[in-house]
Design a protein. Sequence first.
Length: 297
Amino acid sequence: MTRDFIHLSDLHLTSLAGVSARELFSKRFLGYLSWRRRRRLEHRRERLDALVADFADAGAPDIVITGDLTHIGLEREFQAAAEWLATLAPPERIALVPGNHDATVPASLDYQARYWGDYLAGDDGPGYPTLRVRGDLAFIGLDSAVATAPGLASGRVDGAQLARLPALLAACRARGLFRVVYLHHCPLAGVDSRRKHLVNHAAVAGTIAAGGAELILHGHGHRDQRHELETVDGVAPVIAAPSASAAGRGDKPAAAYHRFAVAREENGWKLAITTRGFAAGDEAVTTLAEESRTLRR
């Protein structure tokens, strides 16, 4: 039996139009200036809506979202994003982790739980790493979003998550599940600049490598990125999705999403990856790439 799921990232679906000066303090002011100067032009809601319509027409699979639904983490943005999530699918079909824009200041962390709690939680409730089991798939969520100083977009997976992760990976392996680890920041070295990287990437990648995983998903870079991590159970693809609302300005690609199809084989798994989105200069969603991998244990 084949199980499909969708990967979206860096949606930036909210608007900062009409934000008052009193809402802009600390790092949020710089984020607002970035939105005024370029982000409001770079991220288009109609692009996101077109992607959603495209995969909705092809069925209703599970959806993994690797963060950055907001721009500067205002309460009104969390409310707007929650309203959008409710139109997308019920919480049991959406596996969500926050991104750095969703953790701009410490108060944003409270809003995550208040407005997105059901989407962030695992099957057993809140607390990272989260676990959602859907058929043969185990979705394992890590939170790398932390409030940082102005000018930084880095992340960290705290020690408590890393301490719990090995047992979770082992338990899912014992159940014969296809383990999908998802987080906002890339867990590999050298992919992002020091300003934007996962500061403890070596510990995160090392923990996943020692415990094993079949697939690792992230966002943050607004690009379709494909790397690999050698794990105890073989090579795991490490894949990022572009921004799901991108207009395709400058050197960043236009909006796209990945659709994964996972099928069990005698000694491993068959993984098919279809990338759907906007080609340069095109206003219709089309297939951008197709790939198939055999993952052996």
